[in-house]
Design a protein around this ligand. Sequence first.
Ligand SMILES: *Cc1c(COP(=O)(O)O)cnc(C)c1O
Length: 434
Amino acid sequence: MITTPEPSGAIPDRTIYERRESAVRSYSRSMPRQFGKAEGVWMHDGQGGRYLDFLSGCSTLNYGHNHPILKQALLDYIAADGIAHGLDLHTDAKQDFLATFEELILKPRGLDHRVMFTGPTGTNAVEAAIKLARKVTGREMVIAFTNGFHGMTLGALACTGNAAKRGGAGVPLSHVAHEPYDGYYGADVDTADLLEQRLADPSSGLDAPAAILVETVQGEGGLNAASPEWLRRIADIAKAHGALLIVDDIQAGCGRTGGFFSFEDMGFTPDIVTLAKSLSGMGLPFALTLLRPELDQWSPGEHNGTFRGNNHAFVTATAALKHFWSGGDFQRDVKRRGDLLETRLARIAADHGFEVRGRGMMRGVNVGSGELAATVTAACFDAGLIIETSGAYDEVIKVLAPLVIDDAVLGAGLDILETKIRDAMAADYAVAAE
Ligand SMILES: *Cc1c(COP(=O)(O)O)cnc(C)c1O
């Protein structure tokens, strides 16, 4: 079903990247091909290679590449000279988006949150969220968690755990405490208890926080999924201590874990929610910060940004909401595929004594070492499967297939993963036996 990529056409001259593109580039190093087209779950390079995409732009392409309905909506809008950029002016596209988001997402979930358009990337939404929390509470300190990832600008980076990423800041990353996430000390230690104890103790050294910032499933941090009970406890602790609860749903939201939000049906409501990645549905930059109405204490223009009105993204986001989120079919499909993914990964993991991580269609296998994970993902790429790693040591191979993937194609991709893990383990044993 999956064709192994075979270079057939002329290999393009890629020296321009060596010569001119900053050394900061990363994905292009582990996937050294040049891509030209993509549709659905497939990416194509210019040499006849076809790749199954189990990365989906880190969950930015939950509906696949160039979904025909989203693409047509955008083509029609551009053909009719629709507004492309409008600062934060009222536009037809913005009204459509807001009305649709209210009708299909917020109202059915009983959320009265206001919608703040931030700059277009995830880190912009996080910056807005923590800035607002500090402004409203008059406090400085934010509690984030071990292995959390929230973006690369200074405020969001301060909330990010990874030392290599933090090291790029060049200035102290302050006013954030990194507390242990659910399960950090193993199953026997309830880290919500530890946090509560530290906040209650006037001598713990932990200042009263403006906010507690949490991912329900840690995307970059290794697919650690917090339990609903733990998240409810964190929500209660935030409330008891006058801190705002911010759920960073940038990667786990937009259907990745099943519901539109990753915290649905868990019995708590975040004060603030950040969304980005798959929000536009087509890979166009678009981020939002949702806030409870009483928190909307901004004065006009106090937090600003030139690209808060990506109208093309409003158009595709609206089309995606109408197509996928009007009824329950899509959610049921995602649930079924998530179960399928869990079953298959559990089998693969059991063969080698590995551990499955994550929730919904946001799952992976902890293979115990970054080296092994890199060997496996490189072999997968050579076999036509785009797949990446996450975790403190890049030791978790993460499956972020488009949510719309055909069950059989999902299975075929997992066959490749299973084979490449088996091959890598066999090679490991061979080396050990020498
Ligand atoms: C990707 C991500 C961000 C940052 O989004 P950018 O668009 O890369 O700035 C923030 N939080 C989470 C949970 C993410 O996965």
